[in-house]
Design a protein around this ligand. Structure first.
Ligand code: CA2
Length: 149
């Protein structure tokens, strides 16, 4: 069985490609989903790609991943900077987590410099645009191979 990586996206990321291209690029979330699907095929991973504007729904998805998925890639979007609940759920999942941001949050407003997720993440990708998702999946693939999964 291929290890499944859950790729989660937080609020407003459904708007990608429609506004703020200078910050977030021209790709849509569907483009990023397709990129993750192609990458997962190449790496022989299973991938489930989701986005929500409802924090409780994201929490439910994280809870359900425990014991079923091998890792989580998450762009928590604005919840990065506000949500202890998402951090706690990720810890409770007992899964390795890679945090991804399209933009370099450290080059932006000070309120984006703090993340509740980074301190419990295996790794953080920011400023690579959609390539960050690919890098996260590549890292999981190497890690699973090393672990003999
Ligand atoms: O850089 C990232 O990926 C962020 O997670 C994106 C979040 C932001 O709150 C984080 O600080 C950094 C915002 C996602 C909203 O995306 C939009 C896309 C197009 C138009 C409006 C919002």
């Amino acid at each position: 069985m291929r290890p499944i990586v859950l790729v989660l996206n937080g609020p407003n990321l459904n708007l990608l490609g429609t506004r703020e291209p200078a910050t977030y690029g021209h790709q849509t979330l569907a483009d990023i989903s397709a990129l993750c699907g192609r990458t997962a095929e190449e790496l022989n991973l299973g991938v489930e790609f989701r986005q929500t504007n409802h924090e409780g729904e994201l929490l439910d998805w994280i809870h359900a991943a425990r014991g079923r998925c091998a890792g989580i890639v998450i762009n928590p979007a604005a919840w990065t900077h506000t949500s202890v609940a998402i951090r706690d759920a990720l810890v409770a999942s007992e899964l390795p987590v890679i945090e991804v941001h399209l933009s370099n949050v450290h080059a932006r407003e000070p309120f984006r410099h703090h993340s509740f997720v980074s301190g419990i993440a295996l790794a953080v990708m920011c400023g690579f645009g959609s390539h960050g998702y690919r890098l996260a999946l590549e890292h999981f693939s190497l890690r699973f191979k090393e672990q003999g999964a």
